[in-house]
Design a protein around this ligand. Structure first.
Ligand code: ADP
Ligand code: MG
Length: 230
């Protein structure tokens, strides 16, 4: 089963997404504010008190989750464009994500067949790959493995992210990148949308292959750069 994603054109531009973050974060903050105001009531029952606190914390979690998925979009674009060496960037990304992987009994292996250089913002590339790897980790139920392969040749760098997780149906694959599509209890459904936008901004492509019960492969293709041509 292979679903190819050709919907990059339809996606919102990075800047449009940035504009909607504040909106998305404001909702849970407004709800939390409401509950905090209710907590001021003097004769609240203990039950109501703990319910309001529970809802407030859940809403704040949601705000935090949204910020985690979007993070780099809040920052101005085009300013920090640089030449990025893929193996170095992956080293950094793995440092960030390894504790989360270990916590979930997931081993991450990196396989550099041919290293390469791409042009872009380090933070956006990090955010993009982190969102893909985080989903791969979250798709693994008890324990499993993620293999990241880099192969740069003929002006293109292929980055494969393979997981031994639950996999996705064709229908699920087609919904990827749709805002708020999530199969998780506390999912935002924003992670893959951000992934697609970043790849689009970097003039790259993304493909997803998946088999329910077997695992998923994300294939990110980015144009490479000669590392001397800054
Ligand atoms: P969230 O992670 O908050 O649910 P995302 O946009 O990051 O939002 O992902 C959307 C959905 O895509 C997930 O809920 C999951 O169903 C599916 N998904 C993404 N990556 C994978 C993967 N590697 N394996 C299985 N399902 C995945
Ligand atoms: Mg996610």
């Amino acid at each position: 089963l292979a679903g190819e994603l050709r919907r990059l054109e339809k996606l919102q531009a990075v800047s449009d997404i940035a504009a909607s973050i504040s909106h998305e974060v404001r909702n849970p903050l407004t709800v939390t504010k409401g509950f905090l105001q209710l907590l001021r009531e003097p004769n609240l029952t203990e039950e109501k008190r703990s319910t309001y606190i529970k809802y407030s914390l859940e809403e704040l979690d949601r705000a935090e989750q949204i910020i985690t998925d979007y993070l780099t979009f809040a920052k101005p674009s085009l300013e920090n464009i640089e030449v990025l060496e893929l193996d170095k960037e992956l080293d950094y990304i793995l440092k960030v994500v390894n504790p989360y992987a270990t916590m979930n009994n997931v081993l991450i292996e990196v396989n550099i067949i041919n290293n390469g250089y791409v042009t872009g913002e380090a933070e956006k590339l990090h955010q993009c790959l982190l969102n893909i790897i985080k989903n791969a980790i979250e798709s693994i139920e008890l324990e499993g493995q993620i293999t990241i392969t880099v192969d740069a040749r003929d002006g293109m760098a292929k980055i494969l992210i393979d997981d031994t997780g639950t996999g996705m149906s064709e229908e699920q694959i087609n919904k990827l990148g749709t805002p708020y599509f999530s199969t998780k209890d506390k999912g935002t459904g924003l992670g893959t949308m951000v992934v697609f936008s970043i790849i689009k901004a970097m003039n790259g492509e993304i493909k997803v292959e998946s088999e329910v019960g077997e695992g998923t492969r994300f294939i990110v293709t980015l144009p490479t750069t000669n590392h001397n041509s800054k």
